[in-house]
Design a protein around this ligand. Structure first.
Ligand code: ADP
Ligand code: MG
Length: 707
C-alpha cells in the first residue's frame, strides 16, 4: 500500500468521533492518507530546557515555581493570571478562557511549562503556554496547523493512533536503490519520524525524505513531458522552417521598421509550433525588446490556421489590455482581421453583443483581462492563448483560459526572467524563445541616484526635458497620504498630494495628471490616451504603469522613495522610458530624512547601519546593470530564496512539503535521478522501477504540473 492509497475515512481512527471528523474536514482532511500527510509546521524540542531569560531566542521550556494567583477584569471577562519564576526570571501566565489552570498550578507547585513569552505591560508574559503532560519529557513534539476547536493534543493523539494502525504496512514510492543512494528513510520509518521524531536530527532526515520524493516525482513528470515535446519538436524541424505566412508578410511590410533578428526568430519558432501542436512556449525578452509585435504575429498565424482560428491576448491590467487592443486594431484591422476588447468592466448590452460575436467566430482576436476566461465566454475556435506578463498570472488562471479551446497553443511572455532553479522546475517542459536584441537606435537609459534633499535638482532637469517637448513619469509608493495606520510607511510621499504639488508648484506651466489603480477605468483610459497623445506632459502614477505601458515620447522616469520598490519593479518602471530615439533618464530618489519622533521604534528607525548600506547597494544594482536577466538574479540574492516577486502569491507551484527555491540541492539531485531513470528505462518497465509506474498510475502526487 502507498501512503496516498490509504483512502479509508478518518473516522476509522480511534478517537476521531463526529466532532473531531468535522474539524478535520475543515482542514481538508477526510481520509487517513490526508491525515498522515498533514505534516507538522514545526517541532517542539523538549530534549533540552530553555530558561525564561532566553524567551526572545526561542520558546521557553523550563521548571517554574508558582508564586501566586491574581484575577483581573470583571464578570465573564474575569481572567486568571498566575505569577511564576524559574532560576533566571519571573513571569506571568495569563489564562484566557482557561480558569481551570488554577487547579493545575497551585501556589507553591513546581511544574514544567512550554510556551512563547513576550515582554508586555512591563512584565514577561505568556498566554500561549502548556503544562507538560506525562511522557512528553525529552521528546520532540509535532506542532500542526490547526483549525478552531482542534488542539495540538487531540491531533497528536489521532496521529499516533493512525500511525500505529497503518504506518507499518506502507510501501516505498521510490526505488530501493535510490533510497540507499540518497541516504533516505524507508516509508514507515520516515512517516513516524516526521510526526514523532526521536531527535531533531531524525526529523531533518524524515523531512528530507519527503522533500526529495516530492521533487523526484515533479521532475519525473516534467521529464516525461519534455521527452514527448522533443519528439514532436524534432518532427517539426523536418516538416518546416516556420516560414512567414501571407498575412504575416503583409503585416511586416506595413510596419515603419524592420523586425529585429530576435523577433524574427521567435516568430519562426512559433510558426513551427502552430504547425506542430501542442504548443507551449515561453517568450522571454527584456522590457522594450518588442514582444508585443511577436504576439501579434503569432495571433495572425493562429487566425490563418485551417478553418479560421481565434487568438486571445491576456494582460494583467485593464490599462495594458486596452493598449494591446488599440494597437492590434490599428495594425491588424487593415489586414481584414477583427479585434475585440473584453474586460470585467464591459457590461450588459455591449458585453452580450461581444460574447455572441466571439461564439460565432466573428471576432478573430480578443485582447483583455481575466474576463477572457469568464464562465460565460465561449470561443468558436480558440487556437492560441497569449499571456502577457505571465508572472502576474497563476496556474489556475492559465488553465482556465486554456480550457476555452480544444488544446489551444500557449504563448507566455515575460520580461521578468525566471531564476534558473525556478525555470528548471516550472518551465522544465516548456520551449523557450529568447529575444536578446533590442530594436535599433535605442540608447541605454541613463540612471541616477538622488537623495530626497536633492530632489529640486531632479525637478529642474525634468523641466528642461519638458521644454524640449518630451514627457515624464513620476512614480510614488502610496496612493493617498499615510493615515498613520501603516507606521512602517513613515512619512512617505503619496501620489495624490504629489500630483497636486507637481501641477501647482513644480510644473505649473505643463499639464499634469494623476493615475492609480483606484480610479475609474474610464478615467484611467482618458488619462492614458491624453498622455499618449502628448496632451498631458507629466504623469504622476503608482506602479500601475509598471507593466507594458508604451509611450515613446516619454524620456524621464522619476521614482520617489525608490527604496520601497523591488529591483524587478524598478527595472520594469525604468523600461517605460528609452522606447524612442531620444536619450532617456531614470532618477531613483531615496529618503535620507531623519526619522520623525512619532515613528521612533518603528522599522524605519531600527534600520541598522548595515541594512541602510544594503539598501544603498541594492539601488546601486540599478545603476550598474541594464540587463533584466542580471537584475533578476541580483534581486534574488537580496531577497533570499523563497521570495520571488509574485511567485508564491499567484500559486505558481502548489507543492506539498517541498519548496523548489529553498530545497535547491534536493531539486537538482532529484532532477538528475529522475532524468537518468527516464533515460535508461523510458517506459519504466524494469522491475526495480515498478513502484514508480504504480505510483504514477494509482497515486499520482500531482495532477498536473506547470501548465
Ligand atoms: P516589451 O517587450 O517590453 O513588451 P513592446 O512590445 O512594448 O516591448 O515594444 C516596445 C516598443 O518598441 C514599442 O513602441 C514597439 O512599437 C517598438 N518596437 C518593437 N519592435 C521594434 C523594432 N523591430 N524596431 C523598432 N521598434 C520596435
Ligand atoms: Mg510588454
Amino acid at each position: 500500500m502507498f501512503l496516498r492509497e490509504l483512502t479509508a475515512s478518518v473516522s476509522q481512527i480511534k478517537g476521531a468521533g463526529p466532532a473531531a471528523a468535522a474539524m478535520l474536514a475543515r482542514l481538508g482532511i477526510t481520509s487517513v492518507s490526508a491525515l498522515l500527510r498533514h505534516y507538522p509546521r514545526d517541532w517542539e524540542d523538549r530534549s533540552r530546557t530553555v530558561p525564561l531569560r532566553d524567551f526572545s531566542i526561542r520558546e521557553v521550556y523550563t521548571d517554574v515555581t508558582v508564586l501566586g494567583h491574581e484575577w483581573f477584569g470583571a464578570g465573564h471577562m474575569k481572567t486568571l493570571k498566575i505569577h511564576v519564576e524559574d532560576d533566571t526570571a519571573r513571569a506571568a501566565l495569563v489564562c484566557f478562557n482557561r480558569p481551570f489552570l488554577g487547579k493545575q498550578l497551585p501556589v507553591g507547585a513546581v511544574r514544567r511549562i512550554y510556551g512563547r513569552f513576550q515582554y508586555k505591560y512591563g512584565e514577561l508574559q505568556s498566554s500561549a503556554f502548556e503544562i507538560e503532560g506525562p511522557g512528553d519529557r525529552g521528546a520532540v513534539l509535532p506542532v500542526y496547523p490547526l483549525t478552531e476547536g482542534l488542539t495540538q493534543n487531540l491531533l497528536r493523539k489521532l496521529m499516533k493512533n493512525a500511525l500505529d494502525l497503518y504506518a507499518g504496512s506502507l510501501e516505498n514510492e521510490l526505488p530501493q536503490a535510490l533510497i540507499e543512494k540518497e541516504g533516505l528513510l524507508q516509508k514507515p520509518e520516515a512517516l513516524r519520524a516526521i510526526h514523532f521524531p526521536a531527535s531533531i536530527g531524525e526529523k531533518d532526515k524524515a523531512r528530507k525524505t519527503f522533500i526529495y520524493e516530492e521533487l523526484f516525482y515533479l521532475e519525473l513528470m516534467i521529464g516525461k513531458r519534455a521527452k514527448e515535446r522533443k519528439k514532436t519538436a524534432s518532427q517539426a524541424k523536418r516538416s518546416g522552417q516556420g516560414e512567414l505566412s501571407a498575412l504575416q508578410k503583409r503585416f511586416i511590410q506595413r510596419l515603419p521598421f524592420t523586425l529585429t533578428p530576435g523577433q524574427l526568430e521567435a516568430v519562426r519558432e512559433i510558426n513551427r509550433d502552430i504547425d506542430n501542436p501542442p504548443m507551449a512556449r515561453l517568450l522571454q525578452g527584456d522590457v522594450g525588446s518588442g514582444k508585443t509585435l511577436v504576439s501579434f504575429l503569432a495571433a495572425l498565424r493562429a487566425v490563418e490556421t485551417g478553418d479560421r482560428g481565434q487568438a486571445v491576448l491576456m494582460a494583467p491590467t485593464e490599462l495594458l489590455a486596452r493598449q494591446h487592443a488599440e494597437n492590434a486594431a490599428k495594425l491588424l484591422e487593415p489586414l481584414g482581421v477583427s479585434i475585440a476588447f473584453l474586460t470585467g468592466n464591459i457590461k450588459a448590452r455591449g458585453r452580450a453583443h461581444l460574447l455572441k460575436a466571439l461564439a460565432a467566430g466573428e471576432v478573430d482576436i480578443a485582447a483583455g483581462t481575466h474576463a477572457l476566461f469568464s464562465q460565460d465566454v465561449i470561443y468558436r475556435n480558440l487556437k492560441l492563448a497569449v499571456i502577457d506578463e505571465q508572472h502576474r498570472f497563476g496556474v489556475t488562471q492559465r488553465q482556465a483560459i486554456m480550457a476555452k479551446g480544444e488544446k489551444p497553443g500557449l504563448l507566455m511572455m515575460s520580461a521578468t526572467p525566471i531564476p534558473r532553479t525556478m525555470a528548471l522546475t516550472v518551465f522544465g517542459d516548456l520551449d523557450v524563445s529568447t529575444i536578446r536584441d533590442m530594436p535599433p537606435g535605442r540608447k541605454p537609459v541613463k540612471t541616477h541616484l538622488a537623495r530626497e534633499s536633492n530632489g529640486g535638482r531632479v525637478y529642474d532637469f525634468v523641466r528642461q526635458e519638458l521644454a524640449a517637448g518630451h514627457q515624464a513619469y513620476f512614480v510614488y509608493p502610496l496612493i493617498e497620504a499615510n493615515d498613520g495606520k501603516d507606521k512602517d510607511a513613515g512619512n512617505l510621499k503619496d501620489v495624490s498630494s504629489m500630483a497636486r504639488r507637481l501641477s501647482q508648484e513644480i510644473f505649473p506651466e505643463y499639464a499634469v495628471a494623476l493615475i492609480h489603480s483606484r480610479l475609474e477605468e474610464e478615467d484611467k483610459r482618458k488619462t492614458m490616451d491624453a498622455f499618449r497623445k502628448g496632451e498631458i506632459r507629466v504623469l504622476a502614477a503608482t506602479s500601475v504603469v509598471e507593466v507594458g505601458v508604451d509611450v515613446p515620447n516619454a524620456t524621464c522616469m522619476v521614482i520617489e522613495h525608490a527604496e520601497r520598490f523591488g529591483l524587478a519593479a524598478l527595472h520594469q518602471l525604468r523600461g517605460r522610458v528609452g522606447r524612442g530615439e531620444a536619450q532617456s533618464y531614470c532618477f531613483l530618489i531615496y529618503s535620507d530624512q531623519e526619522v520623525p519622533r512619532e515613528y521612533a521604534g518603528t522599522r524605519a528607525e531600527l534600520l541598522s547601519e548595515e541594512e541602510r548600506s544594503k539598501e544603498g547597494k541594492r539601488l546601486m544594482v540599478m545603476l550598474e546593470n541594464a540587463d533584466g536577466f542580471v537584475i533578476a538574479e541580483k534581486d534574488l540574492l537580496f531577497r533570499g530564496p523563497g521570495q520571488i516577486a509574485g511567485i508564491e502569491q499567484s500559486g505558481y507551484l502548489a507543492l506539498g512539503i517541498a519548496d523548489p527555491l529553498r530545497d535547491t540541492e534536493e531539486l537538482v539531485r532529484a532532477r538528475a535521478d529522475a532524468f537518468e531513470i527516464l533515460e535508461t528505462d523510458p517506459e519504466l518497465q524494469k522491475p526495480e522501477n515498478l513502484c514508480i509506474c504504480r505510483t504514477l498510475e494509482q497515486a499520482p502526487p500531482f495532477r498536473d504540473v506547470g501548465l
